[in-house]
Design a protein around this ligand. Structure first.
Ligand SMILES: Cc1cc2nc3c(=O)[nH]c(=O)nc-3n(C[C@H](O)[C@H](O)[C@H](O)COP(=O)(O)OP(=O)(O)OC[C@H]3O[C@@H](n4cnc5c(N)ncnc54)[C@H](O)[C@@H]3O)c2cc1C
Length: 364
């Protein structure tokens, strides 16, 4: 079978692929999305949905610029998707409380420079606003403007909206190879047939290196496993996202609390482990003692697309025109996804961009 219906093929139905399809479809392109399994089941589903890099001052500008652009627009996106699909992605500004941050001065200076609200909270203030946290710390950092989104719902709402906008989906369709002619991409070969298109976007997350094998471009992406536990408490037990020593607890509106996460280099192995369950349980109970003795209702793992310093690769292949990459968002694909789709669209459609594309270039 040879399918010629699309102008642009997006490979990968995670959040990055679907936001890319959204951006391109909004600009009037005929887009088809090819997904090896079902859309929205991998890293994008497994993530926590915190709409901020964790300890943002530790990241390069390239990451924070995309984050800031997305943060300013996520609420509106959630509202639009809710309206169009009837599914509420539950955007909420729950704030981010960071306990025991060693580099407070650096954090304060970063926040002042970026114009981001950041306050130092005393122990007393913490127990006043979050009585569930019975933790004694010298001082904590509070970023009240940080929001979260319920990523599984975001993915379903987005998928539904894309279908309404005319994006075609091919699930259970694994892309196996790219076809090119005279230095231009012309089609992809998949487990369900050959699809022709003059523009192709690789948005295959942790698996992004594979499709570039055999082309003169090697990007530095590796899978980094993250495990997460889910508790079900009474709504309101915890209201803000709390972090300590790199781990976090994220309260959802309905009382679910996600506790994560691990950072493991285990190849493409997505298994969950008893050791991670024990560590995460200890963290959960140290942060929120009321979780002690509560049942863990779910435990899962996802594979982040790890990249150097978390800077994604966004741009055209240097030797194959029409072939684009949007991948490598590591720990921040949810918060960065919106802006990276915008930059991808700018590059594909020849628009001026507010971002400096050289920071994300694929051959860097
Ligand atoms: C535990 C955990 C917590 C996280 N927390 C946060 C957070 O709080 N905030 C945040 O911003 N980010 C967070 N992240 C990171 C974020 O989830 C990722 O950066 C983001 O989801 C990456 O999206 P993606 O679309 O590139 O990848 P994925 O969601 O993995 O999607 C890639 C898709 O490509 C498909 N695919 C692969 N190969 C092929 C092929 N050959 N043909 C067709 N399809 C293919 C896969 O099946 C998959 O569906 C977290 C991640 C984890 C694991």
């Amino acid at each position: 079978m040879r399918d010629k219906t699309a102008e642009c093929l997006v490979i990968g139905g995670g959040l990055v692929g679907m936001l890319s399809a959204y951006e391109l479809a909004q600009a009037g392109m005929r887009v088809m999305l090819l997904e090896r399994g079902r859309t929205g089941q991998e890293s994008s589903w497994a993530g926590g949905g915190i709409l901020s890099p964790l300890y943002p001052w530790r990241y390069p500008n390239a990451v924070n610029q995309l984050a800031a652009w997305g943060q300013a627009r996520y609420r509106a996106l959630a509202e639009t998707l809710h309206e169009q699909s009837g599914i509420d992605p539950e955007w909420q500004q729950s704030g981010l409380l960071m306990l025991d941050v060693a580099e407070q001065n650096e954090a304060v200076a970063w926040a002042q420079h970026e114009g981001v609200a950041l306050k130092l909270l005393t122990n007393e203030a913490i127990s006043h606003c979050e009585p569930a946290l019975q933790i004694a710390v010298e001082r904590a950092l509070w970023m009240p403007s940080v929001a979260q989104i319920r990523n599984p719902r975001l993915l379903t709402a987005l998928r539904n909206t894309l279908e309404r906008q005319g994006v075609t989906f091919r699930e259970q369709s694994e892309v196996l190879a790219l076809q090119q002619q005279g230095g231009r991409v012309t089609a992809v070969e998949s487990s369900t047939g050959v699809y022709d298109a003059g523009q192709v976007v690789i948005a295959t997350g942790a698996w992004s290196r594979g499709l570039l094998d055999g082309t003169p471009l090697s990007i530095d992406i590796e899978p980094v496993r993250g495990q997460m536990l889910l508790y079900k408490a009474k709504p309101g037990l915890l209201n803000t996202i709390v972090m300590a020593d790199g781990h976090y607890a994220i309260p959802r509106r309905d009382g679910h609390i996600l506790v994560g996460s691990t950072l493991e280099h285990a190849g493409f192995d997505k298994s969950i482990t008893a050791a991670a369950a024990t560590t995460l349980r200890e963290i959960a109970e140290r942060l929120v003692p009321a979780l002690a003795g509560m049942k863990v209702v779910r435990h899962w793992a996802g594979l982040r697309p790890g990249s150097f310093e978390g800077v994604p690769y966004i741009g055209e292949h240097p030797a194959i025109s029409g072939l684009y990459v949007n991948t490598g968002h590591f720990r921040n694909g949810v918060v960065l996804g919106l802006a990276s789709a915008r930059l991808l669209g700018d590059l594909m459609l020849g628009r001026e961009s507010v971002f400096d594309p050289s920071l994300y270039a694929v051959e860097r």
